[in-house]
Ligand binder design. Structure first.
Ligand code: GDP
Ligand code: MG
Length: 877
C-alpha cells in the first residue's frame, strides 16, 4: 500500500482507529494509471478543530476527494454544531457522495481516453494522408531528378570530349550513391528497431497501468484495432522524422504517436535529405562536367577579379588557388604577368601572355604580296648647307610644275608636294634641312627614298654639307648632288666634286655612282635634268607599293590651325587614305574630315606617295610620327592611350636615367653578327676629330666595331643630338661643349654626351664601353675532379654516386658536371654531398664520398665528376 495514503478528513493527521470510529476505504483512480485507496474515518466524538484545517489536506495529490467531498458535508459541520455521532443515514449519504465522486472520476477518465483515442485515430489518418502526399511529392521529385540525370547522361553521351576519367568518376559516384543508399538503409533499419523498442516500452507501460485500471482497456483496445489497419509496407518505414522530429515538436513521445509511428508516410527529414542529396548530386554532375580549358589572355598586369572573369571561374576559387601558391591576394589586387600565368596554368587553363605593346600589333598591316605592288613616286628630301639654295630649288621645282601643269594655279605650302616628270611623279618633302630629315628618322620613319644634296657651286662643301652627307649615309639613302647657283660667277662645280670626294661621295664624273646635276634655282637651268636624275634613281630603287589597302604612312608636318584645328600633312606610303577613315597618328587619332592636296584642292582620297593635308585629328602629332588607318574608334583610342602612356613614361625615364656610358651598354646593335658602337664626335680642330675617328675605328674587334657616324668641328648642336638619337649613338665632345638647345635635347631624349680633353682617356673609355656592350666574359676554373666508382640506390627514387676524389676538392656549392669519355653528359648542382653518413660541404683529394644530383641519376662507374667555378673577367679591347 505504498501508493495509498491515509487521508484524514479532519486534516489533523491520522487518527487512531478507536472504538466508536467507523472506518471505510475509498479507492480512487487517476489518469496515467495511478490509483489510490483512501481511508475514511468517521469519528463519533466531537473534536475541536481549527477552521481551515479542512482546506489543507495532507496530500495534495488527492484533490478530487478533498475538493469534491467537503462540499457535501462540510456545511453540515456548523449545522451539526459539533457532529459527534454520525447517523447511519449520514454515513450512507457520505458513502453515496463518495461513490458518486468516484463514478464521476471514472467517467471523466473514460471520456478522456475516448477523446484521446479519437484524436489519435484522426492524427493517424491525417498522417497517412500527409505521407501519401509526401510520397507523391517524393516520387515526383525523384522522377524529375531522374529525368534530369537522364537528360544529363544523354548530353554527356553526346559529348564527344567525354573522357575515360569521367567515366571512372561516374563509377565512383555511383559507388558513392550506392554506399549512401546502403547507409541510409542501415539507418532506416536502426530507426525501425528503435521505433519497435519504443513501441514495446510504451506498451509495457500501458500494460502496467491497465493492470491497475480495467477502464483503460477500452480505449486501448480501440487503438489496437487501429494498428492492424495500417498497411504493413508503411509500417516498415518508421522514419527518424517520427522518432525525433515529432518528439522535438511535442516534447515527448506519446503512445499514440509511437504506435502510429510505423503507419504514416510523412515527408520525413531523411526523405528531405535524400532529395537534397539527389539535387546536390545532380548539381555536382553538372559541375563535374569536363571543365572548359580556355585560352586566357594575360596582360602585363591584371586584377584578380578580371582574371577570374576571363577564366570564367569564381574569384574565391582563384583567391584560394593563389593562397595555395602562397600568394595572398584580394579581389581587387593586381597580379603581375608571371603570377597570373602560374595561377592560370594551375587552374587548368592555357595562359597567353600579351604585353601592353601588343596593342600595336596589327596596326601596321601585313606585307603586301608582290602581285599587288604597283610603282610609286619617289619621295625626295633636299639637304645642304645654309644659303646654298634649298628653298630656292624647291620653289623653283614647284613653280615650274605649276607653270607647266596648271598655269595660274595657286600653290599652297603643305610641307610636301608632287611634281610631274613625264608620266611619272616625284614627291618632294618641303621640309628642307637634315634636321627634319633626321628628326623623322629618329622617330623611326624612313620616308625618304632619295636625298638631294644641294651644294652652292661658288661656295663648295661646307660643314652642314658634310653633316647632310653623314645623315644620308646613316640612313642608307642614295644621294643626288645638285650643284646650285651655276649661273653665278665663280661657280666651280669641279671643286665641289673634289671636295665631295673627300667625304666619300664619288660623283659620276669621277666614275662613282652618285649622280650630280648642275642647276640654277634662279634661272631654272638643269631642273629638268635633276628631275630626270631623280626618276632614274627611283627606277633603280624599284619603288613599289600596294594602293589597295588601308592607308599607312608618315606625318611630315603637323600644326594647330586656328580655323581648322589640328592639321597634319601626311605622306601615304601604302594603301589609300579616304575621307571618313579612322586613323592613328603617333599619340593622336582622328577621323578624316577632309583631305587637301598640295594644290589646295579638296580630294576624297590619297594613294601611295601622295602627300595630303588631313583634317579631323584630335591633336597635333609630331613630324615623323607614323599614321595608320584602324578599324574603329575604340581601337584608335586603345592604341593612342597606350602611346600617350609610353610617351609619358619615356619622358620620366629620360629625366630619371643616369647619363652614363653604361646605359648605352644595353643598346645592343646587331649588324650581321658584328655589333656596332655608334658615336658622334665633335671636336675643336679638324686634326683631333680625325685622330679620334681613326683610333676609334681601329678599336674594335671581331665582335664589335666602333662607327663614327658623324665627326665634325664645332660645338655640339641639337642636330648632333637628333642624329645620335636616330642611331642610338654616343655623343663625344672633344674640347667642345653643347649649346643650350643641344643640352636640353640630350636631356629630353636621354642621349649621353661625354666630354674629354685627352685623346687617350677618350679612347680608353670608349673601348671600355664597347667591351661593356659585349658583356662580361667568363672563365672557368676547375676546382676538383672525382671518379665515379659505382651507383647505388639512395632514397626511394634517386640514385647516388660513390666517388673517389682524384684532384683538388669536391664542393657542393659549386657547379658540377659529369663527363663520360670526355663528353659532358650532365651539368648541374650537387644536391647532397656525403662522407660516410654525414652531410659535408667539401671532400678533399684522396677521400671517398657519395653524392646525388636532384635531377640526374644515371651514374656509371668510370664517369668523371668535375666541379668548377665561373670567374667573371672584364672584357678588354
Ligand atoms: P637655303 O638656306 O638653302 O634654303 O637657301 P635659299 O634658298 O634661302 O637661298 C639663299 C640665297 O641664295 C637666296 O638669296 C637665293 O636667292 C640665292 N639663290 C638660291 N639659288 C640660287 C641660284 O641658283 N642662283 C643664284 N644666283 N642665287 C641663288
Ligand atoms: Mg631655306
Amino acid at each position: 500500500m505504498s501508493d495509498e495514503k491515509k487521508l484524514t478528513l479532519s486534516g489533523r493527521g491520522t487518527l487512531g482507529v478507536n472504538k466508536g470510529v467507523e472506518t471505510g476505504q475509498v479507492r480512487q483512480s487517476f489518469s496515467h494509471g495511478r490509483s489510490k485507496s483512501v481511508v475514511v474515518e468517521r469519528k463519533k466524538k466531537r473534536v475541536l478543530h481549527k477552521g481551515g484545517a479542512m482546506e489543507s489536506p495532507a496530500n495534495p495529490d488527492a484533490p478530487s476527494v478533498t475538493r469534491k467531498t467537503p462540499k457535501s458535508y462540510v456545511p453540515k459541520k456548523p449545522a451539526g454544531e459539533g457532529v459527534q455521532n454520525l447517523t447511519n443515514t449520514e454515513q450512507e449519504t457520505r458513502m453515496r457522495v463518495l461513490e458518486e465522486a468516484k463514478r464521476r472520476a471514472e467517467e471523466e477518465a473514460k471520456e478522456k481516453a475516448a477523446r484521446e483515442a479519437r484524436e489519435a485515430k484522426e492524427a493517424a489518418e491525417r498522417k497517412i494522408r500527409e505521407a501519401a502526399e509526401a510520397a507523391a511529392r517524393d516520387d515526383e521529385e525523384e522522377a524529375r531528378i531522374r529525368a534530369e540525370t537522364d537528360m544529363k547522361a544523354k548530353r554527356e553521351a553526346e559529348n564527344k570530349k567525354k573522357s575515360e576519367a569521367d567515366a571512372a568518376k561516374k563509377v565512383e559516384e555511383d559507388l558513392k550513391v550506392r554506399e549512401k543508399a546502403e547507409a541510409e538503409a542501415r539507418k532506416k533499419a536502426e530507426l525501425e528497431a528503435r521505433a519497435v523498442q519504443l513501441k514495446k516500452a510504451s506498451e509495457a507501460r500501458q500494460a502496467a497501468t491497465t493492470d491497475d485500471s480495467d477502464d483503460d482497456r477500452k480505449p486501448r483496445s480501440k487503438r489496437k484495432k487501429g494498428a492492424p489497419g495500417v498497411p504493413a509496407g508503411q509500417e516498415q518505414r518508421p522514419s527518424r522524422g517520427r522518432g525525433r522530429g515529432d518528439d522535438r515538436r511535442s516534447g515527448r513521445l506519446t503512445i499514440s504517436s509511437a504506435l502510429s509511428g510505423g503507419d504514416e508516410r510523412q515527408r520525413s527529414i531523411a526523405a528531405f535529405k535524400r532529395a537534397q542529396a539527389k539535387k546536390r548530386q545532380a548539381q555536382d554532375a553538372s559541375a563535374n562536367q569536363p571543365k572548359q580549358a580556355r585560352e586566357i589572355t594575360i596582360p602585363e598586369a591584371i586584377t584578380v577579379q578580371e582574371l577570374a572573369n576571363r577564366m570564367a571561374e569564381k574569384a574565391t576559387m582563384l583567391i584560394k588557388t593563389l593562397m595555395g601558391m602562397g600568394v595572398m591576394a584580394t579581389i581587387n589586387q593586381t597580379l603581375d604577368q608571371d603570377t597570373a600565368e602560374l595561377v592560370v596554368t594551375e587552374m587548368g587553363h592555357t595562359p597567353k601572355r600579351v604585353s601592353d605593346a601588343d596593342v600595336e600589333i596589327g596596326l601596321v598591316g601585313e606585307d603586301d604580296h608582290e602581285d599587288d605592288l604597283a610603282p610609286r613616286a619617289p619621295i625626295v628630301t633636299v639637304m645642304g648647307h645654309v644659303d646654298h639654295g634649298k628653298t630656292s630649288l624647291l620653289d623653283a621645282l614647284r613653280e615650274a610644275n605649276v607653270v607647266s601643269g596648271e598655269a595660274g594655279g595657286i600653290t599652297q605650302h603643305i610641307g610636301a608636294y608632287q611634281v610631274s616628270v613625264g608620266d611619272n611623279k616625284i614627291t618632294f618633302l618641303d621640309t628642307p634641312g637634315h634636321a627634319a630629315f633626321t628628326q623623322m628618322r629618329a622617330r623611326g620613319a624612313s620616308a625618304t627614298d632619295i636625298v638631294i644634296l644641294v651644294v652652292a657651286a661658288d661656295d663648295g662643301v661646307m660643314p652642314q654639307t658634310i653633316e647632310a652627307i653623314h645623315h644620308a649615309k646613316a640612313a642608307g639613302v642614295p644621294i643626288i648632288v645638285a650643284i646650285n647657283k651655276m649661273d653665278r660667277e665663280g661657280a666651280n662645280p669641279d671643286r665641289v666634286r673634289n671636295e665631295l670626294l673627300q667625304h666619300e661621295v664619288v660623283t659620276e664624273t669621277f666614275s662613282g655612282d652618285t649622280q650630280e646635276v648642275e642647276v640654277s634655282a634662279k634661272t631654272g637651268d638643269g631642273l629638268d635634268k635633276l628631275k630626270e636624275a631623280i626618276a632614274l634613281q627611283a627606277e633603280i630603287l624599284e619603288l613599289k607599293a600596294n594602293g589597295n589597302r588601308d592607308a599607312e604612312g608618315v606625318v611630315v608636318e603637323a600644326k594647330l590651325d586656328k580655323g581648322r584645328g589640328p592639321v597634319a600633312t601626311v605622306l601615304v606610303q601604302r594603301g589609300t587614305l579616304r575621307v571618313g577613315d579612322i586613323f592613328v597618328a603617333g599619340p593622336e587619332w582622328g577621323r578624316v574630315r577632309a583631305l587637301v592636296n598640295d594644290k589646295g584642292e579638296q580630294v576624297t582620297e590619297a594613294g601611295p606617295s601622295v602627300p595630303v593635308e588631313v583634317l579631323g585629328l584630335n591633336g597635333a602629332p609630331g613630324a615623323g610620327d607614323d599614321f595608320a588607318v584602324v578599324d574603329n574608334e575604340s581601337r584608335a583610342r586603345e592604341v593612342t592611350s597606350y602611346r600617350q602612356d609610353m610617351q609619358r613614361k619615356r619622358r620620366q625615364a629620360a629625366a630619371a636615367a643616369p647619363k652614363t656610358l653604361e646605359s648605352i651598354f644595353s643598346q645592343m646593335k646587331e649588324n650581321e653578327g658584328v655589333q656596332t658602337f655608334d658615336v658622334v664626335i665633335k671636336g675643336d680642330v679638324q686634326g683631333s676629330v680625325e685622330a679620334i675617328t681613326q683610333s676609334l675605328e681601329k678599336a674594335g674587334n671581331d665582335d664589335i666595331k666602333c662607327r663614327v657616324i658623324h665627326g665634325a668641328v664645332g660645338g655640339i648642336t641639337e642636330t648632333d643630338i637628333t642624329l645620335a638619337q636616330a642611331s642610338g649613338a654616343l655623343v663625344i665632345g672633344f674640347n667642345v661643349r653643347p649649346n643650350k638647345q643641344a643640352r636640353e635635347a640630350a636631356e629630353a631624349e636621354g642621349i649621353t654626351i661625354k666630354y674629354y680633353s685627352v685623346i687617350y682617356d677618350l679612347i680608353d673609355e670608349v673601348k671600355a664601353a664597347m667591351a661593356g656592350q659585349l658583356g662580361p666574359e667568363y672563365k672557368e676554373n676547375v676546382i676538383g675532379q672525382a671518379e665515379i666508382r659505382d651507383a647505388f640506390q639512395a632514397g626511394k627514387s634517386g640514385k647516388a654516386a660513390g666517388c673517389f676524389v682524384v684532384e683538388g676538392s669536391i664542393r657542393n656549392d659549386l657547379k658540377a658536371r659529369i663527363l663520360r669519355n670526355d663528353v659532358i653528359i650532365y651539368e648541374g648542382q650537387i644536391d647532397n654531398l656525403r662522407r660516410f653518413k654525414d652531410d659535408v660541404k667539401e671532400v678533399r683529394a684522396g677521400q671517398e664520398c657519395g653524392l646525388t644530383f636532384e635531377n640526374y641519376h644515371d651514374f656509371k662507374s668510370g664517369d668523371v665528376l668535375e666541379v668548377y667555378e665561373l670567374e667573371e673577367i672584364q672584357r678588354k679591347l
